[in-house]
Write a protein that binds this ligand. Structure first.
Ligand SMILES: [Zn+2]
Length: 268
């Protein structure tokens, strides 16, 4: 009599199984979403909507604003007047023309840089890139092309993600300045710069970069902005700038997310 009972109960079972599977799937999808979206502040792990850092950590980031050295972008404690250079720029003039950074390299900045670099937090790149585009507004207005510093070579490190390339892509989208990702190549393996002195850093990266011969047309006669995540002594960007100038770049500027500012040294 109840001919439909059996198929119905089968349907019921199926539906139950499907719902259970959906539950597991939804749970997995939610987990995936939690990983994909920055729901926790990357610096302090407090919940946050949107941008990767909470308002409190954002306030702790030291955004670099004028007055600063027109060449190196190092902030001055007081305004020495226009065009007056820092001692560092006079004592150690770089190969590049000007450098600008969004923030000082402090605890919060370091957390962001490390999360982007080592924890694949690619979701941080848009905010960091936008801050960089703002800091580099003057340079970007005069630039023809953006070139990211090629991937740092690390022994035993299989990471292929180039954080400088990710930041440069955002800056390009933000400013409309074209990107030449593959123009600069690392032609020689280098030791890690960490723990090396200024002169060791310089000789470590000397001759390590070259403009690819099939990309020289992207560089010759162009005003280039080199993009990197952190500027410490500037040895890496200096070596890159030399390679770009050898390939007849009209000018080379540097735009980084964070720069080390030696607070012990008086600006002038
Ligand atoms: Zn926070």
């Amino acid at each position: 009599m109840d001919a439909e009972a059996s198929p119905r109960s089968i349907t019921g079972h199926l539906r139950g199984a499907l719902n259970a599977a959906r539950g597991v799937w939804a749970h997995t999808a939610r987990l995936a979403l939690d990983i994909a979206l920055p729901t926790l502040c990357v610096a302090c792990r407090e919940p946050v909507d949107g941008e990767g850092v909470c308002a409190e950590c954002w306030a702790k980031l030291s955004f670099i604003a004028p007055p600063f050295c027109p060449r190196l972008g190092i902030p001055f404690v007081y305004d020495p007047g226009p065009e007056l250079l820092s001692m560092e720029a006079i004592a150690n003039p770089p190969a590049y023309a000007r450098a600008r950074a969004a923030v000082r390299y402090d605890d919060v900045a370091r957390t962001l840089v490390h999360a982007l670099k080592y924890q694949d937090r690619t979701d941080l790149a848009p905010a960091m890139g936008r801050w960089m585009a703002r800091a580099g507004q003057e340079l970007l207005g005069e630039a023809d092309i953006l070139v990211p510093v090629p991937l740092h070579w690390r022994r035993g490190w299989s990471r292929r993600y180039n954080q400088s390339g990710a930041l440069a892509r955002i800056i390009s989208r933000q400013s409309g300045v074209k990107l030449a990702s593959e123009a600069l190549r690392r032609v020689r393996a280098t030791e890690q710069q960490i723990g090396l002195s200024r002169s060791q850093r310089a000789s470590n990266v000397q001759g390590a970069f070259k403009v690819a011969s099939d990309r020289s047309a992207d560089i010759a006669g162009r005003r280039v902005i080199l993009v990197d995540d952190v500027l410490t002594t500037g040895a890496t960007v200096d070596a890159c700038a030399r390679a770009l100038l050898r390939a007849k770049a009209a000018a080379v500027d540097v735009l980084v997310f964070a720069r080390v500012v030696d607070t012990h040294k008086a600006p002038i």
